[in-house]
Ligand binder design. Structure first.
Ligand code: S3P
Length: 425
């Protein structure tokens, strides 16, 4: 449980490594031949779930604090036990793609929240490629009988990097060419990493193609800081009239839309790419000044901001005028139903926020009052509510705050180091 009182957030801090990049690095290290070393590996539970699945698939893993060394023969081995993805949708969906074309069978399961989330979105295209996968009414556990796959051309019905990546990873084990066509571009870490490792990936406009791959060589990679974790600290500065600067954050353009949102809402934002490694740009970000304008976001904006929308909803409660976020029905199938949960908890704090089928209509600026709120077992809800607590009057108590460990273990100490009046029980 966290207790948060009004605070101004300022200073500099480090955030954990990027979760999306870390999952992919661990998985591709398992497909590589030889030794791979991953530095700045985030220690959150989601990434640990991927590491544990790779261990069960025969990869020799030496996990240290902040790094991992993986030795792989360039092919996966049949797991003796089921693979548990915990709370991590990325682990389950990307592994489903990697496992569909193996010569062995496997079972993928997860925690109660993950077992409620839709898996048909990856199972359908994988079946079109020839995969044999049994589900429980479209959900996990997934029983995957390894089979021969063939390439397909697949137009994504949902703008999802997880689905795109599952199909591309399956394509590495399929005959012929596998093509994924996006309607709105989603994060492209898989394509960038495959290209950096020398695999044959081509992008033409909105389509990405892969061919059957030979195992890449082991590699070294330093994971940049996670901009989706950084977002909580940057937004906290912008809503409390503070100033936060962060170094070595991933600045992949498919992930930086939150910076433009903060700027459009009136904060002063600078971001400078310092270098690129394994295809991923990284650099420093500084945010200061107070947001003061409402924001309207539609379906096209959603993939670039999908994990930041609960936070943006909070920001919208703190600026005068009407903000509208629409085209975000995907949020209903995240770790929690984020549209309902955000509405419910921000209303408890006194916000004027209306739930809509695919987003919210928010009238600012209503002062927030500290109350008891719930994370709904969702890491991003827990951290958004901590930021709300910093700008609410009185004390905000966040129950289920330990959910934050999924992506940002130690969030409360980092937040406190930036001036947040936060206590952890
Ligand atoms: C992710 C993709 C997004 C995002 C998730 C991580 C990824 O999910 O919400 O936190 O690493 O590919 P969708 O692809 O379902 O939008």
């Amino acid at each position: 449980m966290w207790r948060v009182r009004p605070s101004t957030i300022g200073g500099s801090a480090s955030v954990p490594g990027d979760k999306s990049i870390a999952h992919r690095a661990l998985m591709l290290a398992g497909l590589a031949r030889g030794t791979s070393v991953i530095q700045n590996l985030p220690s959150g539970e989601d990434v640990r779930s991927t590491a544990s699945c790779m261990g069960r698939l025969g990869v020799v893993l030496d996990l240290q604090s902040g790094s991992a060394r993986l030795d792989s023969a360039g092919e996966l081995r049949a797991p003796e036990q089921e693979l548990n993805a915990g709370n991590s949708g990325t682990t389950m969906r990307l592994l489903a793609g990697m496992l569909a074309g193996q010569t062995f069978s496997s079972r993928l399961t997860g925690d109660a929240s993950l077992r409620r989330r839709p898996m048909g979105r990856v199972v359908d295209p994988l079946r079109q490629m020839g995969a044999l996968i049994a589900t429980r009414d479209g959900c996990a556990p997934l029983d995957i009988a390894g089979s021969n796959l063939h390439g397909i051309t697949y137009t994504l019905p949902v703008a999802s990097a997880q689905v795109k990546s599952a199909v591309l990873l399956a394509g590495l084990f399929a005959t012929g060419t596998t093509t994924v066509i996006e309607i709105v571009p989603a994060r492209d870490h898989t394509e960038r990493m495959l290209t950096a490792l020398g695999l044959n990936v081509r992008r033409h406009g909105m389509s990405v193609q892969v061919e059957r791959g030979t195992p890449p060589n082991g590699f070294e990679l330093t994971v940049p800081g996670d901009i989706s974790s950084a977002a909580f600290l940057l937004a906290a500065a912008a809503v409390t009239d503070g100033a936060v600067s962060l170094d070595s954050i991933g600045l992949n353009p498919t992930r930086t839309a939150i910076l433009s949102v903060l700027e459009r809402m009136g904060a002063s934002v600078t971001a400078a790419i310092e270098r690129e490694e394994t295809g991923e740009p990284r650099g420093s970000i500084a945010v200061s000044g107070r947001i003061e304008r409402p924001i309207c976001l539609c379906a096209e904006d959603v993939p670039g901001l999908v994990d930041e929308l609960p936070l943006i909803a909070l920001l919208a409660t703190q600026v005068a005028g009407e903000s509208v976020i629409e085209g975000a029905a995907e949020l209903r199938v995240k770790e929690a139903d984020r549209i309902a949960a955000v509405t419910q908890e921000l209303q408890v704090l006194g916000a004027d926020i209306e739930e809509r089928p695919d987003g919210w209509r928010i009238h600012g600026k209503r002062p927030l009052r500290g109350r008891k709120v719930q994370s709904h077992g969702d890491h991003r809800l827990a951290m958004m509510l901590a930021v709300a607590g910093a700008c609410a009057q009185g004390e905000t108590t966040i129950e289920g705050a330990e959910a934050a460990d999924v992506s940002f273990p130690g969030f409360a100490s980092v937040f406190a180091s930036l001036g947040a009046a936060i206590d952890e029980d």
